[in-house]
Ligand binder design. Structure first.
Ligand SMILES: [Fe+2]
Length: 269
């Protein structure tokens, strides 16, 4: 399975355009939250209309998975906690989203919502416990925030990750966690786009300016994960022991065609 992870596009419409342009190269595309830009000039409800249209077009090209992030909260639940209620409209497009589980050939994706308080947090805990009981060959979580005490949540001298997620990873031991949220972690000296916690691989795609989003490409058959950014490209081989520093990507693997921009081909800079 070839899976593309992007996150934190924050209403950067050119980055959505890029994601649509490359989508057909992948079996699955994951957009892991923060679709909106709450500090932007375009009103939130208008942003949602535009983003839904982009997600509809993406979903026409590829199996699409979309989670909410902390910039996507447009309503409150019965206990007053903020929630991304418009994810129900994402589901109506036929997209797997918050609260869903999606089985693709034995790989189970559990898609978690952003949680803003104890009631929504308990829903996530119940969701993970529910999916832990399901048969699966491989378990992948889509979860906007990276775990705490991980290079994937390092920001400017401290960790900014989700401590509850760290506990759930220890308890349920997923194979992969696909996240975003801490935009800068992949670019910081003590941060990274990748970490290994026990046997769990954690990715944080990060965020950058320009028309191409930072992105992670996971190939589960070839046991490789690649990260592309304006700062360079790196690779981890999942069957080998994890070590730092992570290897720079020297050339595209034979299973990956150059994508429609310079940012995915390190030889073109
Ligand atoms: Fe974000």
């Amino acid at each position: 399975m070839k899976c593309l992870l992007v996150s934190d596009l924050h209403y950067a419409l050119k980055q959505f355009d890029w994601t649509i342009a490359v989508a057909e190269e992948f079996d699955v595309v994951v957009v892991a939250g923060d679709h909106l830009d709450i500090s932007g000039h375009v009103e939130g409800r208008a942003q949602i209309v535009v983003i839904l249209n982009y997600l509809r077009r993406l979903n026409a090209r590829v199996r699409l998975i979309v989670s909410s992030g902390n910039h996507d909260l447009d309503a409150r639940n019965e206990t007053g906690e903020k929630v991304a209620r418009w994810m129900s409209k994402v589901r109506n497009l036929g997209v797997a989203t918050d609260g869903d589980a999606l089985d693709i050939d034995g790989t189970l994706f559990t898609i978690c919502p952003w949680w803003d308080g104890p009631s929504s947090r308990e829903q996530v805990a119940a969701q993970l416990a529910r999916d832990a009981r399901r048969d699966k060959k491989r378990w992948i979580w889509v979860y906007h925030a990276p775990p705490d005490h991980s290079a994937t949540s390092w920001y400017s001298g401290r960790w900014e990750g989700d401590a509850d997620l760290s506990g759930w990873i220890a308890e349920f031991v997923p194979d992969f966690v696909l996240s975003g949220h801490i935009h800068e972690s992949p670019f910081q000296k003590q941060g990274s786009w990748v970490d290994r916690i026990g046997s769990t691989w954690v990715f944080n795609a990060g965020r950058q300016i320009g028309p191409t989003p930072t992105h992670v490409i996971l190939n589960t058959e070839r046991q490789e994960a690649l990260w592309f950014s304006l700062a360079g490209a790196e690779v981890v081989r999942l069957a080998e022991p994890f070590r730092r520093p992570v290897d720079e990507l020297q050339a595209l693997p034979d299973w990956l065609r150059p994508l429609a921009d310079r940012g995915t081909d390190p030889s073109r800079g």
